[in-house]
Ligand binder design. Structure first.
Ligand code: ADP
Ligand code: MG
Length: 295
């Protein structure tokens, strides 16, 4: 079996900052692979490197054996890599259906001339998109919201719509940047079900960045922990979470024996440990999902 995605000695530097430093890993078909690490570890930057928003300063990424690091984001999307964003990026003043239809457009093989005259090929392609989108709406149980404006939807539903838009591209690899951020316990649980279904029912490979260790443990086949751009540990969720370097990174130089439930200090930033995390008590520096700056 060949890896679906291979990240090879990947590095990127912003000014003097090594945001990603010599990172290598591969993702096998139908695997759920998670990236964890404190805020600023370089997780979103790796997503941006894979999806073509950033060019690496060293190293490269291959997808199905082909180098993709020099390609434009739309070309990478067309190869079968779709993503969601740490902060939801949807067209607020369009319906759920319209947002999902946008996701399919990277797959259109008709050209502008055909579009202009609305040829049978264009019509067929259009009908096929709509069928796929309807399937995704059904799969994610979004029928009720189908024709509603995104702007009026609860946050948890928007998260699922964004997932739907990525799925409508029929990707081979799905990149999820903090799928649980901003979700409550029940919604996070539901997100876990979607990820499991995406893997088992749709056969899609998933690369996920996630802070909620409960969710990470539940859905991940393997986990890579990063800190300050560097690889700390790679293995099963359990192995990685108990790795001394990982524990140390999350402690972030704080006192080693933190009380199990640190009382919120006045003027706190609203941080709270993620639910269900075996590290959460010792890891106030983990940061509230969604609180990290998106770049
Ligand atoms: N476009 C950019 N320009 C400058 N610095 C960036 C840029 N993108 C990310 N960084 C920096 O790289 C580091 C890693 O960021 P990021 O990948 O967003 O971390 P996280 O693991 O929290 O997702 C941070 O220090 C961030 O400030
Ligand atoms: Mg991030």
């Amino acid at each position: 079996m060949k890896p679906l995605l291979q990240v090879e000695r990947l590095s990127i530097q912003f000014g003097g900052l090594k945001a990603v430093d010599n990172v290598s890993f591969e993702i096998w078909p139908n695997e759920v692979f998670s990236l964890i690490g404190p805020n600023g570890a370089g997780k979103t930057t790796i997503f941006n490197l894979i999806s073509g928003l950033y060019q690496p300063t060293a190293g490269y990424v291959t997808f199905e054996g082909e180098k993709i690091s020099h390609l434009a984001p739309y070309e990478i999307a067309r190869l079968g890599i779709a993503r969601t964003f740490q902060n939801i990026e949807l067209f607020e003043h369009a319906t759920v259906m319209q947002n999902l239809l946008v996701g399919r457009h990277c797959h259109r093989h008709t050209n502008w001339l055909q579009d202009l005259f609305f040829t049978p090929a264009t019509r067929r392609a259009e009908l096929q998109f709509r069928r796929t989108v309807e399937e995704v709406i059904e799969f994610l149980d979004l029928q009720h919201y189908r024709d509603q404006m995104v702007a009026g939807l609860p946050y948890g539903v928007r998260k699922v719509v964004e997932l739907g838009r990525a799925l409508a591209m029929r990707p081979k690899l799905l990149l999820l940047d903090e799928p649980s951020s901003g979700l409550n316990v029940e919604e996070t649980e539901e997100m876990g079900f979607w990820i499991e279904d995406i893997k088992h029912d749709l056969g899609i490979t998933v690369l996920m960045v996630e802070h909620d260790m409960g969710l990470v443990s539940r859905v991940s086949d393997r986990v890579l922990a990063l800190n300050q751009g560097e690889m700390l540990a790679l293995g099963t969720s359990e192995e990685v979470q108990s790795h001394p370097d990982v524990v140390e990174a999350y402690l972030g130089g704080a006192d080693e024996d933190l009380p199990p439930t640190p009382p919120p200090a006045e003027g706190g930033d609203g941080s709270s440990p993620p639910a269900g995390s075996s590290m959460s008590h010792a890891a106030p520096g983990l940061g509230r999902p969604g609180a990290g700056g998106e770049s």
